[in-house]
Design a protein around this ligand. Structure first.
Ligand SMILES: Cc1ncc(COP(=O)(O)O)c(C=O)c1O
Length: 429
């Protein structure tokens, strides 16, 4: 019999590749709602939500029950061999929240795999080779996903050759716009840059898809203007290009609406979802219209685990919790209190250059007095918040911003407690 080693004998550095850099030394035992507890019983407020995943809170009882119940029936009901209720119920529940042209779900296991699927679908549906993505975007770490990613060079550097025929345009970063002219017209300058791709780099009828994070995540929590996104939609329509919206981080209630694109009055041809979809079970999705999905002939895309019965049972329970507890609505309300509080802190501490976001997809960007990015301030704030048992993570190419993304079940008292912690941490810079 193999004996179980003592916890103290489990050496993280020896057993885990250092590619998995960690923000904290916390050795976690359990989680509930907004909190996690380490093995010594210390409680931490998790304002990372596992990188925007546990939107229903850690171990929501209804999700836990659905997982337990399904695990006792069948765990792996392979989708090429068996149909089953959880996979279909979850697909129905997800598409019910979406516009009618987003009516079929291809289940997969991670955001990166959803990106791969969406790109393959756009290519096969249009018969075209090229992709346009945006500078600062993040879509995952598999080979095609990293080729359309540019949030940080370390994600793609030293992995060449990458997927070819990928072109980049700048994502609207209005706080750091390099263009001249009135602030309210900066989004138009960014759109002109995108149009220039067709003048200088690639013919529009060679482009299968324009791939966009509805709200840019890892690259800095940037919110585009509705006008910009709508103009991109029109551009796609004009040239028969598929608009793919990556809702992996901005979806599932995070922005105060079920899906990020609801803020912008734009509907994609193809969308991806993951993270919050199943409250932490590895479930992701490519979602599109049946007419587009039908371009995939049987076997032209697939995977062993997609539509896993336990995972999709968790996804279905997650969708029910989202609806019954109105988590998008709570995200909108709590997000407003959070943003107001952060703006008050910003007024007292100019080291915060920008407070931005939608719902509970919020970040503060730190600056030096000359306005340049200030990752050192970010490090100090993270460390001080950790001293007060609060977990946070960064974003931005230079780690110049801190994401504030608690589970969407967070309440007002927890937000106000957090604002107290954050104020003290920023004051320490
Ligand atoms: C917008 C976006 N797309 C795709 C991904 C990749 O998801 P995964 O890490 O599940 O592969 C992420 C992960 O952070 C993301 O934020």
């Amino acid at each position: 019999m193999v004996s179980t080693p003592e916890r103290t004998a489990l050496d993280v550095a020896a057993l885990m590749p250092r590619a998995i850099g960690r923000y904290t030394p916390v050795f976690v035992e359990r989680g509930e709602g907004v909190y996690v507890w380490d093995t010594d019983g210390t409680r931490f407020a998790d304002f990372t939500a596992g990188i925007g995943v546990v939107n229903t809170g850690h171990c929501h009882p209804r999700v836990v029950e659905a997982i337990r119940d399904q695990a006792g029936k069948i765990i792996h009901a392979q989708a090429n061999i068996l149909a089953h209720e959880p996979m279909l119920r979850a697909a129905q529940a997800v598409t019910e929240t979406l516009p009618e042209q987003l009516n079929q779900v291809f289940w997969t296991n991670s955001g990166a795999e959803a990106t791969e699927g969406a790109l393959k679908l756009a290519k096969i549906a249009t018969g075209r080779p090229a992709i346009i993505a945006f500078r600062g975007g993040f879509h995952g770490r598999t080979h095609a996903a990293m080729a359309v990613t540019s949030s940080r060079v370390k994600v793609r550097g030293h992995y060449e050759p990458l997927l070819s025929s990928v072109y980049f345009a700048p994502y609207p970063y209005l706080f750091r716009s390099p263009y001249r002219g009135p602030a309210e017209e900066q989004d138009l300058r960014y759109f002109e840059e995108l149009e220039q791709v067709f003048e200088q780099l690639v013919m529009p009828d060679d482009v299968a898809a324009i791939l966009i994070e509805t709200v840019l995540g890892e690259g800095g929590y940037l919110v585009p203007t509705a006008r910009w996104l709508q103009k991109v939609r029109e551009l796609c329509d004009r040239h028969g290009i598929m608009l793919i919206l990556d809702e992996v981080q901005s979806g599932m209630g995070r922005t105060g609406k079920m899906w990020g694109f609801e803020h912008f009055d734009v509907v994609p041809d193809i969308m991806t979802a993951a993270k919050g979809l199943a409250s932490g079970m590895p479930v992701a999705a490519v979602i599109s219209d049946k007419a587009i999905m039908d371009k995939w002939t049987p076997g032209s895309h697939g995977g062993t685990y997609g539509g896993n019965a336990v995972g999709t049972a968790a996804a279905y329970a997650t969708m029910q919790v989202m609806r019954d507890e109105d988590l998008p609505g709570n995200a909108a309300r709590m997000g407003q209190i959070l943003m107001d509080g952060l703006r008050e802190i910003q007024a007292d501490y100019p080291v915060i250059g920008d407070v931005r976001g939608l719902g509970l997809m919020v970040a503060t960007e730190f600056v030096h007095p000359d306005g340049s990015p200030n990752p050192d301030a970010v490090k100090t704030v993270l460390a001080r918040a950790f001293d007060e048992n609060t977990l946070l993570i960064t974003c931005g190419t230079y780690d110049q911003a801190i994401r504030i993304i608690p589970p969407l079940v967070v309440n007002e008292e927890q937000i106000r407690d957090f604002l107290g912690v954050y104020r003290r941490a920023v004051a320490a810079v």
